[in-house]
Design a binder for this molecule. Structure first.
Ligand SMILES: [Mn+2]
Length: 464
């Protein structure tokens, strides 16, 4: 590695440089301004002969050496660049100046300019943001420390953002499941979310509204009391802490509330809390929060803030890819894979639609098969159908640049069942009885052809 030849214009520039700390690779020189002859900054040598090619040549710059010029003086800097170029026509030069812009400098291919303010301002703002978060956590800890049992309440059938946030809160409070259980009025339903709970070792305790009085403190994460409806227990009208990113609601009291509507995920708020307090984020916690942000923002898609991006990047460095894979691709039962094998042997892609009819399977197999089916060559739409209890349950995926999956599924189930979803993924349920009434039989061949026709119609509706 080459040296860095630092040339400072006057003692003040040199002192600024020494304040950021010097590196042993750096050759520190300065050129005194008038009346500065005795004020030698520590570690700096005078560039003997001043701004002159002979003086620069004496530094004996090698090919991989780099120069930095520190000055706010236009003529000084332009002269310095000219002299350096005389010694080395394609020298690399960094100009550090708050007073000069690119327009003040001659064109030189290997030249960059930046200023102290540019380098420091954002970091200062970030430090203040950390300080605000630190203060928040201090208040929350103060409030909850004397309480014996803290209930961390998430929404019924909590999503990854809620689960990860609750897990992070417990880490922040330094508590265990006995003194800070994760509670909900409804169990975790989706297989990925169950996999998340297993992976990080968190248990969601389903409680009845009456049981809420067992807790000495109540913290709501990723939810506000209003979603529990008018019949919610009285205790929910006055809670201790609310930390959320959904639009702020009224009609309840909270001693501390931290609601950040511009954030894509509550997990982002908790990542900031953890960073501000220098709390260790182990791979499990990092993975949970990363997955919380990823799923709430649909992989940093719509409604993602800068803060979500920053937290995601921060967590990415310490998350466990193996653990994330286990959450996102929960284990499939062998019977599910065998059903997939049978379905694949009868499948093809027609008009960009790939349908796999699985027969009777565990419900969580269906969305995973749909994900996989979209990988078939030529497929723009993938549909996986399974029989679960007395229903046909199907998951739909598309490539994203076609009609929204949610709309298509609504059209497919119209008059037969229920369904809906997002732009690129959706789910539908048709009772087998209703299917039979319309199509006569409910065998594989009939399901395949009926769904194929229904999807073609729904996808191309109002096209002509
Ligand atoms: Mn959320």
């Amino acid at each position: 590695m080459g040296r860095r030849i630092i040339i400072c214009d006057g003692a003040e520039s040199a002192r600024l440089w020494s304040r950021i700390g010097t590196d042993e690779l750096e050759e520190l020189t300065w050129i005194p301004r008038e009346n500065e002859t005795r004020a030698r900054p520590a570690g700096f040598k005078i560039l003997q002969g001043g701004l002159d090619e002979d003086a620069i040549a004496k530094l004996d710059p090698a090919e991989d050496d780099e120069f930095a010029l520190v000055s706010d003086d236009g003529p000084w800097t332009r002269l310095a660049i000219r002299k350096i170029r005389k010694v080395d026509g394609d020298a690399s030069i960094l100009v550090l100046s708050d007073g000069l812009t690119e327009d003040d400098l001659p064109h030189h291919a290997s030249l960059r300019r930046t200023g102290w303010k540019t380098l420091i301002r954002d970091d200062i703002d970030e430090e203040f943001a950390h300080l605000t978060n630190l203060q928040r956590v201090v208040k929350i800890r103060e409030l909850l420390a004397p309480r014996e049992r803290v209930g961390i309440l998430v929404q019924p059938d909590p999503d990854p953002d809620g689960i990860a946030s609750a897990y992070a809160l417990r880490a922040l409070l330094g508590r265990k499941r006995t003194t800070a259980p994760l509670i909900s009025f409804g169990d975790v339903q989706r297989p990925e979310n169950q996999a998340l709970c297993r992976a990080i070792g968190i248990e969601v305790r389903v409680i009845t509204p009456d049981e809420i009085s067992e807790f000495d403190a109540l913290v709501l994460v990723d939810v506000q009391p209003n979603v529990f409806g008018d019949n919610a227990p009285e205790r929910l009208k006055n809670v201790d802490v609310v930390i959320d990113h959904h639009p702020e609601r009224t009609g309840y009291e909270a001693t501390i509330r931290d609601i950040r509507v511009s954030y894509g995920a509550t997990s982002t708020i908790f990542t900031e809390y953890l960073r501000a307090t220098n709390t260790e984020i182990n791979p499990r916690l990092a993975t949970a929060l990363l997955y919380g942000i990823k799923s709430d923002t649909q992989y940093l898609g719509r409604e993602t803030s800068d803060q979500d991006m920053k937290s995601f990047a921060y967590l990415h460095a310490s998350h466990s890819p193996a653990l994330l894979r286990r959450i996102e691709r929960p284990a499939l039962p062998i019977t599910g894979l065998q059903a997939l094998g049978r379905a694949l042997s009868k499948s093809d892609v027609r008009d960009g639609i790939h349908i796999l009819v699985l027969g009777r399977v565990r419900e969580d197999v269906i969305p995973q098969v749909a994900d996989m089916a979209l990988q078939a060559e030529g497929a723009e739409w993938a549909v996986a159908v399974g029989t679960v209890e007395r229903n046909l349950v199907f998951s739909v995926r598309n490539v994203g640049y076609v009609r929204a999956a949610g709309e298509v599924v609504k059209a497919v189930v119209e008059g037969l069942g229920v369904g809906g979803g997002h732009r690129s993924m959706a789910k539908g349920i048709i009772p087998i009885k209703a299917f039979r009434e319309v199509y006569g039989r409910a065998d594989r061949a009939q399901i395949l052809s009926a769904l194929y026709d229904a999807f073609v119609r729904a996808i191309h509706r109002d096209e002509d």
